[in-house]
Design a protein around this ligand. Structure first.
Ligand SMILES: [Zn+2]
Length: 105
């Protein structure tokens, strides 16, 4: 009887451990490897390889990085609609802006 109780207690403890979240469930994991490469190529083709931020400001700049418009850590999705091509300066500026935002919480 006693052993049985101990076993069930152990079982409960174990299932508690496996239930512990290893990461925030609302944060989408960034795609890695070939799937991510294909995604980025598709976005670049859609955006004609041009920086969308520059385009909004009336400039035509060849873009390279594909960026999440709403960052994944901020609840953004990994869908094409949340991605756009940016040039390096725009991407750097956005990343810096987001880093400040993230630091503030
Ligand atoms: Zn740009």
């Amino acid at each position: 009887m006693k052993l049985q109780t101990l076993r069930s207690a152990l079982k409960t403890a174990r299932s508690r451990i496996t239930m512990l979240p290893t990461q925030r469930p609302d944060v989408v994991e960034r795609k890695r490897g070939s799937a991510g490469v294909r995604d980025r190529e598709r976005i670049r083709a859609r955006d004609c390889g041009l920086c969308q931020e520059c385009k909004r400001q009336g400039r035509t700049t060849l873009g390279h990085p594909v960026d999440h418009i709403v960052p994944l850590w901020n609840g953004g999705s990994d869908d094409d609609s949340n991605k756009e091509t940016l040039c390096v300066p725009c991407h750097d500026a956005k990343t810096a802006r987001e880093a400040r935002q993230r630091a503030r919480g």
